[in-house]
Design a protein. Structure first.
Length: 204
């Protein structure tokens, strides 16, 4: 009688261990699946190309882009965004990861932008930036007031001497439909992305 009882207990224990093992395996599979979905649909690794974003980001660095950042909201001023260049209607689409550009948002849809003496004016008011950037030596096309369309953003390079940005008449228009997402992380070394040196509070 006792032997049968012991056998039953051992069998129940084996069944319990098997159930726990199956549950653990399922949980691991679910975690892996969720991680894959996040990486596949919410995040994108992008390589920085060129020196336009120095000293914030350098050529060849890998960054992570949050592709869901602007699903419900629009980019804000000072955000660093990744986007595809605007293509002309008669151009055949050749967009791939090597086409992706990274710049900092300065002007928002509908705003009026002008640059005078290295300072940025939005809707007639001079803006004070949070980070220490090089003084802009050239305003480019922004030397005359630019009115942004309702789906257009004005972006600048953090390397303000590099005019591969919205000051350049040959530069792409940055439309919301072409924005991939917000640049949030530097992968090597791993860190959050802000900008160059932070300005002192007294200077803001």
């Amino acid at each position: 009688m006792n032997l049968k009882f012991e056998e039953d207990r051992k069998r129940e224990r084996r069944i319990q261990i098997l159930k726990e093992s199956i549950r653990f395996i399922i949980e691991i599979i679910v975690v892996i699946l969720i991680a894959w979905l996040i990486v596949e649909f919410a995040l994108k690794k992008v390589s920085v190309i060129g020196s336009a974003m120095e000293t914030t980001l350098y050529n060849g660095e890998d960054v992570m882009v949050n592709k869901t950042a602007y699903m419900l909201i629009s980019p804000k001023r000072n955000s660093i965004i990744a986007f595809y260049p605007e293509q002309k209607e008669d151009e055949q689409s050749t967009l791939d990861d090597s086409s992706i550009l990274i710049r900092r948002v300065i002007g928002l849809p509908g705003e009026k932008i002008v640059i005078r003496d290295g300072n940025i004016y939005i809707n007639g008011e001079k803006i004070e930036e949070s980070y220490e950037f090089q003084k802009m030596l050239s305003a480019g096309r922004a030397g005359s007031e630019i009115t942004l369309a309702e789906d257009e953003y004005f972006v600048l390079s953090d390397n303000r001497s590099d005019m591969d940005d919205s000051r350049n008449t040959a530069f792409t228009k940055v439309k919301k439909e072409n924005i991939i997402g917000k640049v949030i992380l530097r992968l090597n070394p791993f860190s959050l992305i802000g900008g160059p040196e932070q300005k002192e509070e007294s200077e803001k």
